[in-house]
Design a protein around this ligand. Sequence first.
Ligand code: 3HC
Length: 686
Amino acid sequence: MTDPISTTRHGDVLIVTSNNPPVNALGAAVRQGLVAAIEQAEQDDSVKAVVIACEGQTFFAGADITEFGKPPVMPWLPAVVDAIENCSKPVVAAIHGTAFGGGLEVALGCHYRVALPGAKLGVPEVKLGLLPGAGGTQRLPRVAGVERALEMCATGTPISGKEAFDCGLVDRLIEGELVPHAVGYAEEVRDIRPLPKSSEREERLAEARDNPALFDEFRKANARKFRGFEAPEANIRAVGVALDKPYSEGVIEERKLFMELMSGNQARAQQYFFFAERKAAKIEGLPEGTAPREVKRVGVIGAGTMGGGISMNFLSAGIPVTIVEMNQEALDRGAGVMRKNYEASAAKGKLSAEQVEKATRLLNPTLDFDELAQCDLIIEAVYEDMDVKKEIFGRLDRIAKPGAILASNTSYLNVDEIAASISRPQDVLGMHFFSPANIMKLLEIVRGAKTAPDALMTAMQLAKRIRKVAVVAGVCHGFIGNRMLMPRQVEATKLLLEGASPEQIDRVHVEFGMPMGPFQMADLAGVDIGWHRDVSRVENIRDALCAIDRWGQKKGAGFYDYDDKRRPSPSPVVKAIIEDFATKQGVERREISDQEIVERTLYTMVNEGAKILEEGMAQRASDVDVVWVYGYGWPVYRGGPMFWADSEGLDTIVEGLKRQEARMGSDFSFSKLLLDKAGKGEKFTR
Ligand code: 3HC
């Protein structure tokens, strides 16, 4: 056997065990070991059945992604799966944790599958820009049914052991110890012949042939989700092949589609992003031996939309929350909204009634600020006003327990200034949640000049507990995400004056893959955000819109007009306002090309990202990408702004910016790092 694979005997059952931490990825040594173990079973007459199981936290979680792009080492995975399926003795997969990707394909090669009810089974290759490439697209529909396979392959969403049992993917659910039960199962089936081979099963395919509209309906239902992505369609086609062609031809087609995806830019970007996300959790420069502080109870100040959303994250993770408001009405309203949100999740089947009940029980709403004294982490989520925040932190300084972490959910304000106003700056940091805070995955953790390493580590680890993707940011205006939004906003607004329409600018962003463009976003968030609220002071287009009540979708009008179903249409009023401003400011209007919009709104973001890196406000370029993918919907198939810039070529970005430099005027200055890297032919992310 190879190192990660070992075998033991239990009676006439050969138990093949993988021990390849952290996730039993199917690297070369594992693949070699599995083939050798099957050979051992074949050659030993006393072996009557085989169980394949894994040690550690999970069954095989997939192919080893670090091997992608490197010269292949034999045996390749499809051959391993075939070797298992062709074994003349029954092979049982014993599944716990996550049987993902190639891991599920190994399980499908086995003749039987048993699993713990809490196990997860899935083919997340689509999230890496791929499809299951070891026979998965052909075997899964034959075993779990075409509809289920379509959903699993094209969305990458896993199913539970219980669901897998219900759809026939798992043959038995195991309560109790997995491997002994799997051995018992192997003994039960040891003499059954012929062996059930997934690749030979036909009955589930027949069901789907009765419903030819299935594929197009599925495409239609998911059109929004799949927009811009190549891999979902390839997955759909591959599963379709299972219906149209025999297995032997289906796997050839699957391989062809797999190789096409693998050599494409989207797969490269999505695989890069997989590691970027995991790298983001790593904090640079932590002293050796730093240990996190214990967090048993969290305090939240402010029960508005943000405070409520923030609280829900902790409650859902089983962490008690004390939430404080100034008056009973606001407190009741906040608690009511949280309850409603939970009930809505329960109605959609995302949470059980029991989970809702448990989360609600963990909430302690109070008007008594002093109750925050019991909390180990306190997050202030009131409105953006430095004086108000300092006043709150002053009160916290007096009452919080020693070592409690004091966090501000500010989007822009200077965390160092807040920290300097109290006696324990080492305990202060920023926790910038994105709205809606109970849903958005991103969390910027702002590291102040004096933030203690263990406070930072605690916040980062807590983020993982509440299932957020956290990125460390330095103290600067807007941190990483909102800071990069600013040049985009400035240039987009100037482009309006120079001749572009909101529709054109938004279309360019949507075609690029963003969920919406800058003006659609403004209408959604509220054009009035940050407005001075003085209708007589009209200094720019936004002031003009706010002055006539065009505050965005909530008022039925903003940069666009909206009908009663909130469908937007171009607004002649807005057009007139823009033209009027252009005349007053002496801006000559001209035809604006889509390319100019890209250069002035997206290239400038890259430039700002480079400045953030150059100033040390982000730990690494990939963190900037994580912020933009998870915080603002940058298309993951383009990797994020910094990866995208690398793919375009930094010299291309610099040339584009130089072309626009005169038009952008004093609003723009080059990042030295960008110029330097472009000059040397270097990249940000590789
Ligand atoms: N290959 C290589 N390394 C992997 C890996 C894989 N498939 N999956 C996870 N890892 C690494 C991570 O990079 C991380 O490394 P680090 O500690 O150095 O940062 C470590 O394992 C732990 O991973 P997580 O932090 O993600 O651990 P979690 O416990 O949060 O999650 C998991 C575990 C659910 C298994 C998650 O890691 C995951 O979803 N992994 C990817 C699964 C996947 O995409 N499988 C399909 C691969 S493609 C394939 O199989 C092609 C085939 O069809 C031919």
